[in-house]
Design a protein around this ligand. Sequence first.
Ligand code: CFM
Length: 545
Amino acid sequence: MGKAQRTKQWDPVQVKEQLLAKYPAKVARKRAKQILINEARENTTPEITANVRTIPGIITMRGCTYAGCKGVILGPTSDIVNLVHGPIGCSFYAWLTRRNQTSASGEHGENFMTYALSTDMQESDIIFGGEKKLAAAIQEAYDLFHPKSIAVFATCPVGLIGDDIHAVARTMKEKFGDCNVFAFSCEGYKGVSQSAGHHIANNQIFRHVVGTGKKQRSEQFRINLLGEYNIGGDGFEIDRILTKCGITNIATFSGNSTYDQFATANQADLSCVMCHRSINYVADMLETKYGIPWIKVNFIGAAATAKSLRKIGDYFQDAELSARIESVVAEELPSVEVQRQQVLPRTTGKTAMLFVGGSRAHHYQELFKELGMKTISAGYEFAHRDDYEGRHVIPGLKVDADSRNIEEIEVQPDPHLYHPRKSPEQLAQLQQDGMAFKEYDGLIADMDERTLVIDDLNQYEAEKLVELLKPDLFCAGIKEKYSIQKLGVPMKQLHSYDSGGPYAGFHGAVNFYREIDRLVNSRVWGYLKAPWQEHPELSATYVWE
Ligand code: CFM
């Protein structure tokens, strides 16, 4: 039976029923609200439940708050020393596991990303308190590296015993005088997922670093790139293209970033948001405090890259810049198109499922579209309703005990540093010409009707989905990789990219086309059943049978 036929035949209502069939009634009721049969039509988006606690007993794909803070946001910075206050496992198992790359681009070539620094808490520290040990570790890190900044992360036991990491950080900062020490109360249990950790991390960077830079930035066409983490070198490829266009990226939050880039981010004239989930609130704060407008961009997909560049060009309203962007697109796109045409006959009509953290399950649909592939089911691990349904739902989002736990910073225009980048008339004109500021329509609107959108997918449902729909490709992370492959379906890691990448920008698109072609057309997946599973030649019974 051909794949195309098979996808036509499945009925999403039945699939949903089957996913829920084995659950106890109460669990099934809860999960039903997180499994949505897409019916997005103009002006209406169906509601999904998201950013809620995973039901105990379910094997979730999510990570913890500490992972979101230390691993995701601060981890990719190159010259901020990351020091974990906690038992050694939290540090060791978070060490170099996310493929964020750094190029030691700081003033003196510092690159601390490769180190795992920890206070290595022991039982006695849990009983008598770990503050002294933390102060000694900060001192040691300072003596070793003399960094511009040290970031301290709390793991679960620190919150439980009540060490005041912020007081320790303050004291050490005053003592050093030339090193900004600040801390994150990002204990793993602080939120329902790593999303809470993003928020805690970004709040502290905004509070302690942004706007403190002394260097005057005078380059032309200054932007910040928010929510790009340089996984597999994506950020390098985006920077290559931006530079070629003559656009200055003041600060990437936070792939291959330096302390000074964060510190001068307030001097950009536009914020471009890649990963909406992990950082949209920083874009808002940059606008309120410094007057920098923001737009959503996406550099995943060749067409999306060209579109995002043009959007940036339109914002600056400079004929030379726009002409340069057009010439870069004209130079880069044809060779990407040649590659695409080569694989297209082999990839067209294939099906994919995408279950990734908070934005890639959406962004990567662009690349699959370019390959002629259909996304039949997708979802996020930890995104919020606005990432599914669009930002218009934000005012109505429920505040529960878990979200109340995460601080919202009250931001006011800075008395010295605030200046609006465009007049209200200019902004209105840009909007009238089609520039969408502060807008993101979410994943649901971009997916076909009767596809399945599933929040916080788990191990059981993932296997069930694959069994029922037999996609040509499943995309998720390392925890899912081998259980899916054992079902005979190729699995592409969209978190770490396996060992591949970059996939962003023009070069990235070509890398992706080639890899996906190889994956979905490899015949090896058909051989995954052992011969004795398909044609048992011997059978036996136990003596007692
Ligand atoms: Fe944003 Fe990310 Fe993602 Fe994310 Fe992540 Fe990641 Fe991700 Mo893994 S910041 S939400 S917390 S795009 S580490 S680089 S791949 S889950 S979809």
